[in-house]
Design a protein around this ligand. Structure first.
Ligand code: BEZ
Ligand code: FE
Length: 290
C-alpha cells in the first residue's frame, strides 16, 4: 500500500502491527496508534509545533539520570501515575488507599528501632508518629516492615541536600512489634514544589499551574502474604490539598498532625517545646492467591 493521507493512514499503520507475535504487544500497539492519531487529528499541529513536541520529549529524556527521572515526573504531573495506581490498586474495605511513590524513596534506608528519633539532627518542630499495621480484616501484622521518608521543615528531602548534611535523615526502616504497632520521632514536614527547573516545570508554567505538593510523610509497608502498600499521610489543613501537582491526595490519607503542649509525650519523652503527634492505623490487602 502507498499514497497515504489523513483518511487512510491510521488503518494502514494498524494493519502493519496486526501480526505482532505477542497479543499484548499487538493490543498496546493498536491502542497507541489509534489514540496517537486521534490526538494529532484533534490538535492539528503545525510542523513547528510537532518539532517543538519532539524537542520537549528529547529534553525530557536528556534530563533523566540515576538521580532525576523527568519522564516519571511528566507522568506524575499529567495524572498518569495516579491513573495507573488506581487501575492496579483497588482497595477493599479496611485496606489503606495508595498513592504515588515519588522520586525520593531510597532502598537502603537506615534500620531503626521502634521509638527512635529519625530526624538525623535536622531542625524543626518535633513530630511523634504512632500507628499500627493490620490486615484489612483487622488482624495485627507483627513484624511488618515499615519504611518512612519525608521532607524537612523547608520542604527538602535529605537526598536533595546530601552535600550539606552528609548523611541520610528523616527516613528509616522499622519492624512492627508483636501487636503490629510502631512509633518514632522526627520533625514535621513542610509542603514543597516538585523539581521544576526542567521541561516539566516549563510545561506547568505554560499550563498556568503551580508545582507544589501538600506536606506529607511517605510510608511503604510490606509483609509476607500481603500486597505492598505505597502511600503517604498528608497534613490536614495544608493549602495544597486540593491542588496537589501530582493528584495524589485522597481524603482517607489526610490526618491532623495534632499540636501538643510541652510536657510528657505518650511514649514518656519529656519535651520542653510544643510538638506534633500523628497517629495512623494502616490496613494491608491480602496478596492475590497464585
Ligand atoms: C513525592 O512525594 O516525594 C513526589 C511525588 C511525585 C513527584 C515528586 C515528588
Ligand atoms: Fe514526598
Amino acid at each position: 500500500m502507498r499514497n497515504f493521507d489523513e483518511t487512510n493512514i491510521t488503518e494502514a499503520v494498524l494493519d502493519r502491527v496486526k501480526n505482532a507475535p505477542n497479543p499484548r504487544v499487538r493490543e498496546i500497539s493498536e491502542a497507541l496508534v489509534r489514540h496517537l492519531h486521534a490526538f494529532v487529528r484533534e490538535v492539528r499541529p503545525t510542523q513547528t509545533e510537532w518539532e517543538w513536541g519532539i524537542d520537549f520529549l528529547t529534553r525530557t529524556g536528556h534530563m533523566c539520570d540515576d538521580k532525576r527521572q523527568e519522564f516519571i515526573l511528566l507522568s506524575d504531573t499529567l495524572g498518569v501515575s495516579m491513573l495507573v495506581d488506581a487501575i492496579n490498586h483497588p482497595v477493599p474495605e479496611g485496606a489503606t488507599e495508595t498513592t504515588v511513590l515519588g522520586p525520593f524513596y531510597v532502598t537502603a534506608a537506615p534500620e531503626k528501632a521502634i521509638g527512635d528519633d529519625i530526624s538525623g539532627g535536622m531542625e524543626g518542630d518535633p513530630l511523634l508518629v504512632t500507628g499500627t499495621v493490620s490486615s484489612s480484616d483487622g488482624k495485627p501484622i507483627a513484624g511488618a516492615t515499615i519504611e518512612v521518608w519525608h521532607s524537612d521543615n523547608e520542604g527538602y528531602y535529605d537526598v536533595q541536600q546530601l552535600g550539606e548534611i552528609g548523611h541520610l535523615a528523616m527516613r528509616a526502616r522499622f519492624h512492627a512489634d508483636a501487636d503490629g504497632g510502631f512509633r518514632f520521632w522526627s520533625i514535621k514536614p513542610a509542603a514543597y514544589p516538585v523539581p521544576h527547573d526542567g521541561p516539566v516545570g516549563q510545561m506547568l508554567n505554560a499550563q498556568g499551574r503551580h508545582p507544589w505538593r501538600p506536606a506529607h510523610v511517605h510510608f511503604m509497608i510490606s509483609a509476607p502474604g500481603y500486597e505492598q502498600l505505597v502511600t503517604h499521610v498528608f497534613v490536614a489543613g495544608d493549602q495544597y490539598l486540593d491542588s496537589d501537582v501530582v493528584f495524589g491526595v485522597k481524603d482517607s490519607l489526610i490526618r491532623d498532625y495534632v499540636r501538643r503542649s510541652p510536657g510528657r509525650a505518650p511514649d514518656g519523652r519529656m519535651l520542653d517545646l510544643p510538638y506534633y503527634h500523628l497517629n495512623y492505623d494502616f490496613g494491608l490487602k491480602p496478596a492475590a492467591k497464585r
